[in-house]
Design a protein around this ligand. Structure first.
Ligand code: BYC
Ligand code: FE
Ligand code: FE
Length: 468
């Protein structure tokens, strides 16, 4: 056995030490991953000790492993939720039949496309966040950033495990390409839109983890229903990590809002080194709509096929009574001859919109919590999710212009008003101007309130990252 690939180095529950073929594949891939991590991972922090959580098993206490670690030495593991004996397809044309442990040839290409698309987002997000370690508002936040980064790295491992184990030679090629595409690169961009957008400061990072990681939650949940059992089990375990990413985003934005509301009591927010609420709203508008695009077109034969073949289900499929969706419909807004009409669409083709609708409700719950914080500060400004038609770049609404209220507007009006709704270059410069690093234990940047409590109840002055 190689010195690189051992159960100790790569914690796993897939019997890695007994699987020579997988070992060999990973032996070739792992050094390239480390190369990629050093080149494209958190810039300037590779040699520092970071207080990180490592998954060492799938048991409930398997996540309790916290210690200082240098990021290139992080033990990226391979974990699947334990197999449920007798599990059957929960939806689609094969509903009720035993789930698959191997991929039927006819679905191999569509499944590979789903696994590759999912896998591509993980390293993309690490690339997008690569420079943020230079300007963290506190050591607490800096550590959270790196925790998210190493876990996205592990999510990449999860998809690469599937590619190597179930897709033979094309799987190995795809695993390599996952390390070759680059976020925002003109020649070899990442696959999905939002993953090529810059997250150039911490407000965008918090919005990204709030809204874009939440797309991750919904997509993973839909794949966790899959009738291809190894995919379902992999995604179930990934979901346990996603909760922390969304916590970072939701609590991060909440703290920026709280600080803004506090500063409003004593004068102009910007003049006092805070981000004013209207600017926060613009970044909400931007990242929420970029994330809405990640659900794909409103009417999609890809979505219908993925459901029919049992590859991708709905969010929490078992909450629904009916799992075949033949003859049923979904009532939704569609575009007919340039007009918005409410129409019944055959359910299977509407499944991207069904998932997006669940996602929107979840986002609204988070925004309600921010608004509660603002209210408690005695502030009457309220954050708002814009219409799902606003600022879309994928799907039927992308061909026209809509206001945040969902009113169709002309291109001229859009050109006049979009700067009121989305961050302008001046907003971007202003937010960036606030981003000066604060690396003294227990201290916070001017534009963000401290967290309600430290990680694991650790003291306020805990050295989450050892700076020297
Ligand atoms: N950007 O039938 P359509 C996460 C393409 S996030 C660019 O409308 P479909 C994470 C589409 O690929 C979760 N292209 O949509 C978060 C297709 O192209 P081709 C990631 C787009 O296929 C934070 C064409 O348009 N997981 O984990 O039903 C940090 C027509 O497609 C976009 C997944 O996405 C876009 N936004 O649905 C780290 C799950 N949208 O094939 C990680 C796997 C669509 O005609 N992926 N297109 O060339 C899927 O389930 C589906 O691929 C999608 C698209 C839901 C993304
Ligand atoms: Fe992820
Ligand atoms: Fe995530």
């Amino acid at each position: 056995m190689s010195a690189v690939i051992t159960d100790d180095k790569i914690p796993n529950n897939v019997d890695l030490s007994g699987d020579k073929r997988l070992q060999r594949a990973l032996e070739a891939w792992q050094p390239k991953f480390i190369e990629w991590w050093k080149e494209m991972g958190p810039e300037g922090w590779m040699a520092k000790d970071i207080y990180l959580r490592t998954a060492v098993s799938v048991e409930t206490d398997g996540w309790a492993h916290f210690d200082y670690v240098k990021m290139p030495d992080y033990r990226w593991g391979i974990f699947l939720e334990p197999k449920v004996e007798g599990r059957v397809h929960g939806f689609g044309d094969f509903a009720g039949q035993p789930v698959w442990d191997e991929i039927p040839g006819e679905f191999r290409n569509s499944l590979r496309r789903l696994v590759v698309t999912q896998g591509d987002t993980e390293p993309a997000s690490v690339e997008q966040q690569r420079a943020l370690g230079g300007t963290a508002p506190s050591l607490y936040d800096l550590r959270n950033l790196f925790q998210v980064n190493v876990e996205e790295g592990r999510h990449l491992w999860a998809m690469v495990y599937l590619l190597h184990t179930y897709f033979g030679r094309d799987g190995r090629d795809e695993a390599e390409e996952l390390l070759q595409r680059r976020s925002g690169d003109a020649d070899k961009p990442r696959i999905l839109g939002a993953f090529n957008e810059p997250t150039s400061h911490w407000l965008s990072f918090f919005m990204f983890t709030m809204f874009t990681d939440r797309d991750g939650k919904y997509q993973l949940a839909a794949l966790a229903e899959s009738g291809f059992d190894p995919l379902a089990r992999t995604c179930r375990f990934m979901l346990t990590e996603e909760a922390h990413h969304m916590f970072v985003g939701e609590s991060g934005v909440q703290r920026v809002c709280k600080r803004a509301a506090e500063l409003m009591k004593t004068g102009d927010v910007r003049a006092q080194g805070g981000v004013d609420l209207p600017t926060i709203q613009k970044y909400l508008n931007l990242w929420y709509t970029l994330s809405l695009d990640l659900f794909g077109g409103e009417v999609s034969s890809n979505a219908a096929d993925a459901f029919a073949s049992g590859l991708k289900g709905r969010y929490k499929e078992d909450r629904y009574a009916e799992h075949k969706l033949i003859g049923s419909t979904f009532a939704m807004d569609v575009l007919r001859d340039g007009k918005v009409v409410h129409e019944d669409v055959p359910m299977r083709t509407a499944l991207n919109e069904v998932l997006r609708t669940e996602y929107i409700k979840d986002c609204q719950r988070g925004v309600d919590r921010w608004n509660k914080t603002l209210q408690l500060e005695g502030c009457d400004f309220q954050m708002k999710l814009p219409s799902h038609k606003f600022h879309r770049q994928i799907g039927m609404w992308s061909t026209l212009k809509f206001s945040p209220e969902g009113e169709m507007i002309t291109s001229e009006e859009w050109a006049k008003r979009s700067g009121d709704w989305l961050p302008t270059e001046a907003d971007e410069q202003f937010v960036k101007s606030l981003m000066t690093p604060v690396y003294e234990p227990g201290k916070m940047a001017s534009w963000i309130a401290p967290p309600i409590k430290g990680l694991n109840g650790l003291p306020e002055k805990f050295e989450y990252v050892r700076i020297d």
